[in-house]
Design a protein around this ligand. Sequence first.
Ligand code: HEM
Length: 239
Amino acid sequence: MQDGLEQSQQPGFQSETMTAATEPSDQRPPRAASRHLGWGLIAIAAIAIGLYAVPPYATFDPLWSRIPLNAAFTAHMLWLSVHAVPSGLALIIGPFQFMPAIRTRWPKAHRLAGKVYLCCVVLGSIAAIASTIMTTAGFAAQVGFSLLIMGWLLSAWHAYRAARQRRFADHRIWMIRNYALTFAAVLLRVFLVAGMGVRQLVPSIPFDQLYTSSLWSAIFVSALVAEWFIVTRARPKAR
Ligand code: HEM
């Protein structure tokens, strides 16, 4: 539909990018302010989970693993580390890529950070394949992780291709989908903590079921919120 058009040429893409960059902050519409707040909160959550979850794996030392390692695979910790470090970096870079002020003021930095982000997604995904094979979390979790890997890689590819072809509205939509899947890592941990709270009240809930249901809920909620955001906010408006 908008193939080959510049973002600024696309119908209805009179964008938040231009609004935020050109209007003084006190004249911005409330929607733009709430969007800034939204991305700010997402950035804080992403940085907090990245800094909490990833450092033990930067040691590459099996003693620091927070999850049970599979004794059948001596390289399990190595793959978890190769997965966690770039994935954590993608998680932290992501929100800043959506901030209009950064995108418009420093376009070169946006492009460079975008390339780093996509490399992290590819490396994180490859290591996630190995981690999925080695996990002790069971078959239902393996299926969930496999779908997440496919969605992560596929949306990254579409986003990259759209950017190369200068279809910037499509690029943005695919990046929203991609980052929502990255952010599933945050939701997984939030749901797990909430589930552990419920488990205090109902101790009979097995941990592996809590883990799997948190994983599936995280995938479902992040994909749903992304599609809602795309339909209600991010699609170029019809003429
Ligand atoms: C969105 C695509 C992702 C997929 C498919 C994926 C997949 C996996 C898999 C299969 C494992 C092993 C789980 C287990 O054996 O129980 C794992 C662990 C891990 N992942 Fe991811 N992951 C993704 C994103 C992320 C992100 C964005 C982060 C950033 C924080 C991250 C950080 C970690 C960490 C730190 C672990 C080690 C387990 C832990 O201590 O929680 N992952 N991931």
